[in-house]
Write a protein that binds this ligand. Structure first.
Ligand SMILES: [Zn+2]
Length: 245
């Protein structure tokens, strides 16, 4: 992505790349709803997202360059317009972090790191990442996960070994990732971007991590999960291409 000159000073900072296989862990009880209902309304979901957003804004400095934010937000608005929940008030902020990461919170909050935007080479790649995050929100993944965590935590400790809890959540995360990829590339295409952008980005990121030997810190299960995700994405793109013709 072309960066405004005012942001170039960031490039001088040595790249500290941190990529975590774990979901963003949001510790503490201050943002949790008390007695969350089984199904939450849009308004309640936005309320839950607001608490998460406050937490994130305490953890990171936000990139405040107006041109940069506008460029990213215009992609967000195009992708949101093509999504299934375009009535939600989506907001996207850029975090001043050199890590390559993106995530979303319930209610339409999307976060992209500065490092991710610097790593992206085309608008199609950025749209692919945004499509994936918008799809997480559309499919209510964060609020579903929230309920899952609350439900698992409320069970008797003896009934469920803590490792089983982790595996149970992790299996859902993989499923959520694949579903968000499937939907996300559709949104990106509908918004007028090349749906291959997400795959291009993820493949380049994987190569980058291998090159940096960052894989030493991951276990084989994580490597297998990434490979499965990329294969799933390739299959989705082939069937999308077939249906386009
Ligand atoms: Zn995801």
């Amino acid at each position: 992505m072309v960066l405004p000159k005012s942001l170039l000073f960031h490039i001088a900072i040595p790249a500290i790349i941190f990529f975590s296989p774990d979901p963003l862990s949001i510790a503490g009880d201050d943002w949790q709803l008390h007695n969350p209902p089984a199904e939450i309304s849009d308004a309640e979901e936005v309320e839950l997202g607001k608490h998460v957003d406050e937490y994130i804004r305490h953890q990171f400095y936000l990139e405040d360059d107006p041109d940069f934010n506008q460029a990213v937000n215009s992609i967000v608005q195009r992708v949101v317009a093509a999504s299934d929940r375009n009535t939600l008030p989506f907001t996207c902020v850029i975090l001043q972090s050199l890590s390559i990461n993106a995530f979303s919170a319930p209610g339409g909050y999307i976060y992209l790191t500065y490092g991710l935007l610097k790593f992206a080479q085309t608008e199609d790649e950025v749209a692919g990442i945004i499509g994936h995050e918008v799809a997480h929100v559309s499919l209510r993944h964060a609020s579903r996960l929230y309920h899952e965590v609350m439900e698992i935590n409320s069970r008797d400790e003896k009934e469920l070994h803590s490792m089983t809890k982790v595996l149970l959540l992790y299996s859902h995360l993989e499923e959520f990732e694949q579903d968000a990829d499937t939907k996300g590339i559709l949104y990106a295409q509908k918004a007028g971007f090349n749906p291959k952008g997400l795959l291009d980005f993820l493949e380049r990121h994987l190569n980058f991590m291998m090159h940096q030997r960052l894989f030493g810190m991951f276990d084989s299960a994580f490597t297998a999960a990434i490979t499965a995700r990329l294969n799933h994405l390739r299959e989705c793109l082939s069937s999308l291409e077939r249906s386009n013709n």
